[in-house]
Every structure is written in structure tokens, then in C-alpha cells.
Design a protein around this ligand. Sequence first.
Ligand SMILES: CC(=O)SCCNC(=O)CCNC(=O)[C@H](O)C(C)(C)COP(=O)(O)OP(=O)(O)OC[C@H]1O[C@@H](n2cnc3c(N)ncnc32)[C@H](O)[C@@H]1OP(=O)(O)O
Length: 420
Amino acid sequence: MPTQIRSMTPRVTEGSADAGTVAWTRAMLASFLGPRLESEQLARIGAGFEGMRLRGAYDDPDPSPVATLRSWDAELTVPGGTLTAHAVTGIGVRSTHRRRGLARRLLAEDLAAAVRTGSPAAVLTSTQGSLYERFGFGLATRTRSITLDATSARFRDAEPRGTVEIVDRPDAALALARPVHDRARRRHPGALARTPQQWDAVLSGAGPWNGLEPDRARQVVIWRDDDGEPAGYVVHRVEEGWYATGSATLGVADLQAVTPTAYAELWRHLCGQDLVGTVRWGQASVDEPLGWLLSDHRAVTVEGDKAMLWLRVLDVPALLAARRYPIEDAIVLEVADDAGFTPGRWRLDTHDRLAPAVEPTRDTPDVVLPVTSLGSLVLGGVDPRVLARTGRLEEASPGAAGRLARLLAAPSVPWNGTPF
Ligand SMILES: CC(=O)SCCNC(=O)CCNC(=O)[C@H](O)C(C)(C)COP(=O)(O)OP(=O)(O)OC[C@H]1O[C@@H](n2cnc3c(N)ncnc32)[C@H](O)[C@@H]1OP(=O)(O)O
């Protein structure tokens, strides 16, 4: 019997998922070299997938899938607004079944289903950089690692402001952090709303990879302004203890701030503690302003950019109409899409700044590009002229790439600091 692709939605009773979801979760963890967990742990993890779509490839009658994929609807920030994107993760194939096209079949079916339900775009973060362009995804956001030498860092503004509170109770931490994140994420194209399971993983470290065991080294710190309003938080953990050297390394798991002061004070808190020598954040934005807060930039070391969010355009007009544009112009884009989801020639007209129009057209194109390049461009994370210089975009009318750059410029650098 050939391998069958099937989809299901988890059924959850009293905090535990059904047997099919448990089998799916076990298979997914195994493909990612995750731990072998007890059925009870898997049932609790599976319960966190409630409301999501699980896809599996099955060699019947084996009830355990040989390949997995999970997707759900997530609010994605685009320049000037938000939209509901199709988030994809957990694409894993049993090590004995690789390179037979199973990942391709699962993803092709899942994206086709997303097109049928009218999703304008799919998003994912990838274990490997070369996997998803072939499926029409373009790299849309990047992150950067920053390391602060806490012993030499001196803040230009010497006076601390507001108050800092360490929050121990997970429910209290969530109640304070989530509203901050909900405001902060709307400032960054590429940021996504988090599922309850993602919140658990961020705040307590309890995730599928450790059987939902909390990471007891984690601390959640809230910063409040002079009116007592929470305006930022940081989640950190000790990566290396102080015992041997007297100088600990703190790893930042998440840092969100809705005001520049909140941002500065959280960093002041991180590096102002006794026994802390180094603070490291692996998922910072590529325009992180930390160095500018200090009297000497050299206290901050920045490492290379890493790929983060990949975006697959599924509906060109819906996606382009969902964002806002900083200038008035009209440009014709010809988009090639080998999968056939959204090819065509579109006229983007931004003269109505509140309601940009995207219509099919027969006019001569200004820019010709594959759907992967549009996915990279739409959040404003790369200059179209860079894509033109690398053969990823064709400028069909003189100066069109520059016009497109001005049109697609985002109010802030795209950033998503949460791999999923
Ligand atoms: C969003 C996410 O979930 S990212 C997580 C990806 N998963 C993992 O890293 C877990 C470990 N790896 C695996 O489970 C599998 O090797 C997968 C999922 C990466 C690939 O699954 P497979 O079923 O072997 O892939 P499949 O046979 O469908 O190949 C699809 C295409 O990807 C290519 N491909 C497959 N694996 C890789 C790889 N590791 N690197 C680069 N290309 C790859 C294949 O060559 C094929 O290309 P083509 O169709 O253009 O010729």
C-alpha cells in the first residue's frame, strides 16, 4: 500500500490528547532527534496542538506516521497592519524514509489547503537554510547574535528610571508579559502572535523538547514606568555559572520593550547585576540599538546575521493590500510561481494610502520576479536593488527597483525573535 497523507485535528480530553496525536507527536520528536518521552508527556504536549492542523504520512497499518507537519493560523505583523498567516512547523521525516519526496508531498498538500482557505501567506522558520526556496518561500527576516561585556559596559545616561520586578509565578509572568509582547510585536513586521504553548516555552522553558519540564534557571523580569505600567520584560537564564570564574554568562531568551526607556533599563538591569560578566542574546534584531546606549560601543560584539522567518506568498493581491506604503506610486509586478498558486501580473497602486489597490493587469511590467523574491521583499527586509544585483529580480523598466524600494520600505526593520 503506498504511503498515505492524512490530516487530523487533535482531540483533547482533560488536558490530554488522543492516541493519534500522541503517535504524531512521538514521530515528530524522533525526526528532530528529540527525546523519547512517556505517552503521558506526549499526550500533554499534543494537547497544546488543540485547534491546529496535524498532517502525517502513514504506511498503513503502522499507526505511527513516517512524516509529520503541523500548521495553524497566526497573526503576522506586516508594515502598517496585521494579517492571518498560515504558520508551518514540525516538518520531519523518519530517518529511514528520507529523500522519497514525503516532505514535499506534505508541504504541497498543506500549502494547497492554505490557498483554498484564503490564506495570503505561509510562514516558517527552518532548521536548514537551503530547504524552502524550492517551495516558494523567500527569506523575510533575519536575526543577529549580540554579546554584551557587562563588566565594561557603561550607560551614557547614568540615572536608572522606573522599577524592575522579578516575577516568579508563571501565571503572573504571562499576565504581565503578554500585553507587552502584543504591543511590541505590532512594531516589527515579521513578528507573530504566540500560541499558549510558545508562551510556556518562552517564559518557563517547558517545551516538547524537554517533556514540558520547566527550566529552573529561567527568570522573568518586568520593567514598569513611573506610572507603574509594564512597558518591557526580559526572560533570561544562566548559561554558565559564576562558580568557576566569578563571572556568569546570562542568555536572553526573550526581550520585548514598547518604549526606548524600557529597552535601556532592561539592559541596565541585565548587566548591572553582581556575578554577571557577559550577556548574550542569540535572536536580536539586525538593528539592535544597544551599542548607542553605551559610552563605548566596543562593549557590544555583534555576530553574523542568521536567517529567521521564511515567507511564502499564497495570494499576491491579498498580501499586498494588507500592508501600507510610505509613498504614492503605481507599479506593475509580474510574479512567477512554479507551484501555480499565485502567478500573474499585478498593478499595485498606493495613491489611496489607506486602501492600496492591487489589480490584475495587461500593462507592461516594471518588475519581473519569482514568488520567492516577493516573499523576501514584502515585509521590507531587503532592498529590491540587492535582489536585482543577484539575479533574483528583473528590472524591466529603468529605475523600477529603486521605485519598488521606496514603495516597500517598512517603518521598522523586520524582526521575529521566536523560532518555531
Ligand atoms: C519548518 C520546519 O519544520 S524545518 C524542519 C525540517 N526538518 C528537519 O530538519 C528534521 C530532520 N530532517 C528531516 O526530517 C528530512 O530530512 C527533511 C524534512 C528535511 C526532508 O524530508 P525528505 O522527505 O527527505 O525531503 P523530500 O524527499 O521531500 O525532498 C524535498 C526536496 O528537498 C531537498 N532536501 C531534502 N532534504 C534536504 C536537506 N537536508 N538539505 C537540502 N535539501 C534537502 C530534496 O533534495 C528535495 O529537493 P527536490 O525535490 O528539489 O529534488
